[in-house]
Design a binder for this molecule. Sequence first.
Ligand code: AMP
Length: 152
Amino acid sequence: MTINPPAYKKILVAVDFSSSSKNIAARALDIARTHGAELTLLHAVEYLSPLSFGDELIPSPDWLLVEKQLVKQGEASLLTFAKEMQMTEAQRLVPSGSPSHEIVERAKALGIDLVVVGTHGRRGLQRLLGSTASSVINRAPCDVLAVRVEKE
Ligand code: AMP
């Protein structure tokens, strides 16, 4: 008996701009072409305002401005990345927050059926599986492809 799994329709790629990001995106692009799937690129801006440390009760306008600026930079970098990867058709998302949380919540909200992450990113290669990848694998509502990132 042959089982034919349904083709992926919506693929989300988690981009942290580390040196392996292009390999990870290329893998997602290849799968998207084969399956005729839509692509979404997501880069989460990890910004710790003083609120995160409980120093203030309300975010000061200065901190909100810094966060806005970081999101703007992230949007520009993601557009450059999409152009370099010939992925300008892809939807681009630059939320501010923890990467694993944003990846999982956006995947749920958008009805994503495959999330593509790297096994490791900027936060070091000493662990077997990076913290973002393991957290996404545990909590995602769909399949997750963890693309192997080798030590350089
Ligand atoms: P890490 O947990 O830093 O080892 O990262 C593992 C993988 O999670 C990376 O290869 C990316 O696919 C994804 N990732 C990490 N940080 C971010 C981020 N800020 N935005 C989007 N994806 C991320």
